[in-house]
Design a protein around this ligand. Structure first.
Ligand code: GLV
Ligand code: MN
Ligand code: MN
Ligand code: MN
Length: 402
């Protein structure tokens, strides 16, 4: 079996897990069917490579080559997805990490430092609403009580779900013992925009991640009858929300380089012949700096309040998560770029667990070209040859640091 085949076989093996017939693509959410199946697949694959798999207090999976220890080199990504996501966001980094181990073992390489492949839990925040939850938990970047109370769309709390996953909810949260083992973290990831297409390169080293966060915009009006309520007598939160969403777009366009999206919406009670009483819209806002992102959200908040008032409604804006701008360790980035023969540096509009860890341990990322430039959608792709270039780069970095 060729080494390249090993990498692609890993993606093939999970190609049917969590396929979403209704949305297209994949829906793989924390501790639900597909995610559990992928965790079993990972455990079996890692075990067959001679790695020892353990689950930490927060549900992250570690596969150790040799004994766990401190100052370890750790590489990995995540296996969960957004609703209707692509095949590569997350799994490419996990499969590449396993393939890099296989390649190192094939050549008789023996690490001189502890080494692990790491799979983070709930990177997308698709079930509990907070992105990079596993890395935030382990590093203490989210308060444990707040995390335990996070609730999915079925009303199940993270604490309850963790019990069903075999974890102790009292032990969720900062895990300095586990984190202190990491001396260096490397995440390989499919690129999620067009940067590498434009650069004409299969691989890049990450330079930075935009500041970003999530906010819930909630509009309250008066639920009422769609036929009996004249147009002038309405307090319709749908109309307030619709105008506010247009304002979200306008505010982001007015601030060059920033991005703002409402991709999730909930209408209560949600009947065709019912004027809604409440509408929730979730905002994802990002910009180059923390201050620019905060300014954008302040502008959106003001416009949300104005649109609500204009339609006889009230509105609240609640921050659900926040991730400051990340600048990856410049010395490590330069060392890695040179080790790879001067590959390009690329900024990321997407958030990553490596970004959360970067404030605690030296972290670096490799991006693999995505010829569609589309991600968080079924069209996300990476050419087999570029996947091989990615794993070769990862292998080289591991040889450089192990
Ligand atoms: C995670 O994929 C993000 O939304 O940045
Ligand atoms: Mn993603
Ligand atoms: Mn990802
Ligand atoms: Mn992500």
């Amino acid at each position: 079996m060729s080494l390249a085949h090993g990498l692609l076989a890993g993606l093939d093996e999970i190609a049917e897990v969590g396929r979403d017939a209704a949305r297209g693509g994949y829906s793989r959410h924390l501790w639900q069917g597909a995610d559990l199946e992928l965790r079993e697949w990972f455990t079996a694959r890692a075990t067959s490579l001679g790695l020892d798999v353990e689950t930490d207090r927060n549900g992250n999976l570690w596969a150790w080559w040799g004994l766990p220890g401190t100052d370890a080199v750790v590489t990995g990504s995540h296996l969960d997805s957004v609703p209707g996501g692509g095949a590569y966001d997350g799994p490419l980094g996990v499969v590449s990490a396993l393939d890099a181990v296989a390649r190192l073992k094939t050549t008789g390489f023996v690490p001189t430092r502890p080494f692990a492949v790491l799979v983070f839990a709930e990177e997308e925040g698709s079930r509990f609403g907070v992105a990079c939850l596993g890395s935030r938990l382990i590093s203490g970047a989210i308060d444990a009580d707040a995390a335990r109370a996070l609730t999915d769309r079925d009303g199940v709390t993270l604490a309850e779900a963790s019990v069903r996953a075999g974890l102790d909810p009292a032990r969720l949260g900062a895990d300095p013992a586990a984190l202190s083992r990491v001396g260096l973290f490397i995440e390989l990831h499919v690129e999620q925009g067009r940067g590498l297409i434009d650069l004409g390169s299969p691989v890049a080293v990450a330079s930075s991640i935009l500041a970003h966060g999530r906010w819930r915009l909630s509009f309250s009006g008066q639920g009422n009858h769609a036929g009996a309520t004249t147009m002038g007598a309405r307090r319709d939160p749908m109309v307030a929300a619709a105008r506010a969403i247009v304002a979200v777009q306008d505010a982001a366009v007015a601030q060059p380089g920033s991005r703002a999206t409402v991709g999730r919406f909930e209408v209560i009670p949600g009947g065709t012949n019912v004027i809604a009483s409440t509408v929730h819209a979730w905002l994802d806002a990002r910009a180059e700096t923390d201050a620019e992102t905060r300014a954008l959200v302040a502008e959106i908040t003001a416009r949300t309040a104005a649109e609500a008032a204009h339609n006889g409604c009230s509105a609240t804006v609640t921050e659900e998560s926040w991730a400051p701008r990340v600048a990856f360790d410049p010395a490590l980035r330069e060392r890695f770029a040179l080790a790879l023969g001067d590959v390009p540096r690329l900024s990321s509009g997407a958030g990553h667990d490596a970004g959360v860890l970067a404030s605690r341990v030296p972290s670096a990322m490799l991006f693999v070209r995505n010829p569609t430039g589309i991600s968080h959608a079924p069209e996300e792709f990476a050419e087999p040859g570029d996947c091989v270039a990615g794993v070769e780069a990862l292998e080289q970095l591991l040889r450089n640091v192990l």
